[in-house]
Design a protein around this ligand. Structure first.
Ligand code: BDR
Ligand code: CA
Length: 350
């Protein structure tokens, strides 16, 4: 039995890998994709999602456009992190698939009502559209089977301001509405939160790309190196390997620019893996709230681990995992998928 997932993304290099991971997972079925404004504007996110579905030769999956702006503030995007179109150096063919006629929030609500207690929600972008969906359907936390959120930073520095994680920074009001809504939910519906504390331990390195390409049967070997000039493009014969490599190379260069080394944090694919298999994560309950007024700390996520606020926990925060086990899974699944979608052409014996 495949697990049914609603994916809410601001695609995004690592969101792309999360989407590919789910498409590549035999135990997953994506039932809808919400295109959320964040890394790039919502319309570009939608194009990216449709384009990935097309190059993956995926079945028809609904892609619904999200709100153009966060709930209360203007949109801020980050093309310097994710590339001009949001997928690094990858240039996917323009998609021929069409967008859904309903909004992302309407899609969320319709899907959870149609499948009560069955769907897993996975949010790897700002929480704008989930917050809008909660306004339409306050029972949404109980209608979902599970929710996994990539967002926040607790006992860890931010990646956008000293204390802000990007997804919460873009729409702090939405994040607060979502955590508040889950305060009233039963303990077994608490969102699993993959914050920077854990996702910054998920470091992709060039060797992972080489292994993925090898698994896909893409010959010659894909060799991305720290010594390469910036902006080199892959010539891998397997199109998925080529696009992934071009996307991730941009992310490697971005991380190096910020003195983190020639690595890329795979925040969103990790959250996708946890959504399908929560046993990958060790969690600890906490009461999470979002600061909305601090002049230095607005959009900071605060976790009350000890219950000093006297409020029930509303989140299970991921505090441990095995990054190597995650990368094994990512490489195996996405590598096998790339091979199945674009089988290697046999070389003729001479
Ligand atoms: C998050 O911010 C985005 O840029 C990434 O896609 C990820 O979802 C990490 O803070
Ligand atoms: Ca994201």
């Amino acid at each position: 039995m495949r697990q049914q997932i609603i994916l809410d993304v601001d695609t995004g290099i690592d969101d792309s890998l999360a989407l590919l991971y789910l498409l590549a997972s035999p135990d997953a079925q994506i039932v809808g994709i919400a295109a959320t404004a964040g890394n790039v504007p919502a319309a570009q996110v939608a194009v990216n999602n449709l384009a990935w579905l097309e190059v993956c030769r995926a079945p028809e999956i609904e892609v619904a456009l999200g709100a153009p702006e966060p709930l209360a503030i203007p949109l801020r995007t980050t093309e310097d992190t994710h590339g001009p179109q949001g997928i690094g150096y990858a240039e996917l063919p323009p998609p021929t698939r069409a967008l859904s006629e309903r909004t992302a929030a309407e899609m969320w609500v319709a899907l959870v009502r149609a499948h009560p207690g069955e769907l897993i929600g996975l949010c790897t972008g700002p929480l704008t559209n989930l917050a809008l969906a909660l306004r339409l359907e306050p029972a949404l936390p109980r209608l979902l089977k599970r929710l996994v959120i990539m967002g926040g930073a607790f006992n860890h520095p931010g990646n956008t301001t000293p204390t802000n994680e990007w997804n919460v920074h873009v729409d702090p009001e939405a994040a607060k509405e979502v955590f508040d809504a889950f305060s009233a939910a039963p303990a077994d519906r608490r969102p699993l939160v993959c914050a920077l504390d854990i996702t910054e331990t998920i470091e992709m390195v060039p060797k992972h790309l080489t292994l993925l390409a090898e698994r896909a049967g893409s010959v010659p070997a894909e060799a991305v190196s720290e010594a390469d000039h910036d902006g080199i493009r892959s010539t891998a014969p397997n199109p998925l390997v080529r696009y992934i490599s071009d996307a991730v190379r941009f992310y490697f260069e971005f991380h190096r620019q910020y003195d983190q080394g020639y690595i890329a944090h795979m925040h969103d694919p990790f959250a996708a893996a946890v959504a399908l298999d929560p046993t990958l994560a060790v969690t600890r309950p906490a009461t999470v709230d979002v600061e909305l007024t601090g002049t230095l700390t607005r959009a900071t996520t605060v976790a009350d681990w000890a219950g000093v606020w006297g409020r029930e926990p509303n989140a299970d925060i991921v505090i441990g995992t095995d990054p190597a086990a995650f990368f094994d899974r990512l490489i195996t699944r996405v590598g096998d998928f790339a091979r199945a979608v674009y089988p290697p052409v046999e070389r003729k014996a001479r």
